[in-house]
Design a binder for this molecule. Structure first.
Ligand SMILES: [Zn+2]
Length: 241
């Protein structure tokens, strides 16, 4: 039997284009620097936004993805603002999981302000589970990821762990700024959109806050539902005092 190839090691799934850039882009950069293959799956194409067409955003998302060093970036066609956890949508995510076979899946945290974000968490989790069942048919071999972690930057929760992204903070910010139609200082819709300087400050301040929790400069927060497993107490990172 021929071994089926894993197209990516880590797959970040998010509701909207630019979510990944805000919550776990630095982690994707770091994993890439460790030699791992990474990918992004955006569930929507951002057609409901005030600025920029879906085509424009597709080009921006592609540019942002290449700054993040991902091997591939895909977008599903779920309606923006109406991400729903239906069987049909789970099957769309399952098809991507079975094609890319990621070992680790990053999902948004399961609570939050935007319904698309928390619905994406549940939809993503259930797709990961069902993807492992042979009776869920998509014409592909069943595949279940090993690990799910939740990017919790949008959520007001204490992270289970953080990833040190200090060397990558500038690149992560550049990836966010690739969404020119959303973030550059523009005339139209300016009452709705925060200026670039404000976004820069927020991006760095948030990363600094989570870095501080672990004694590093910049970090991104994650929650995992499982307990941690330790072999050697001597190798536990992060000083207590
Ligand atoms: Zn979003």
């Amino acid at each position: 039997m021929t071994k089926v190839r894993n197209e990516v090691d880590v797959l970040a799934v998010a509701a909207h284009r630019d979510d990944v850039e805000q919550t776990c882009g630095g982690t994707l950069l770091k994993m890439r620097s460790l030699g791992l293959e990474t990918g992004i799956l955006d569930l929507t194409q951002g057609e409901a936004g005030t600025r920029g067409s879906a085509t424009e955003r597709a080009a921006e998302a592609e540019a942002a993805g290449s700054i993040l060093g991902v091997r591939l970036r895909k977008a599903l066609d779920l309606p923006d603002g109406r991400v729903e956890n239906t069987y049909e949508n789970r099957l769309k995510v399952i098809r991507v999981l079975r094609e890319l076979r990621p070992r680790v899946v990053i999902l948004p945290y399961w609570q939050g302000r935007h319904p698309d974000h928390y619905t994406a968490a549940t939809l993503g989790y259930e797709a990961c589970f069902l993807s492992g069942l042979a009776r869920v048919e998509s014409g592909q071999a069943p595949y279940r990821p090993y690990k799910i972690v939740y990017a919790s930057l949008y959520a007001d929760v204490r992270p289970t762990f953080v990833v040190d992204i200090t060397p990558f903070i500038g690149q992560r910010y550049q990836a966010l700024m690739a969404y020119r139609s959303q973030y550059s200082n523009a005339e139209d819709g300016s009452a709705l959109f925060v200026p670039e300087e404000e976004i820069r400050e927020r991006t760095f301040a948030e990363a600094r806050h989570y870095g501080q929790l672990a004694g590093v400069r910049y970090a991104e927060p994650f929650v995992q539902k499982e307990v941690g497993l330790v072999e050697d107490l001597m190798l536990l990172p992060v000083a207590s005092l």
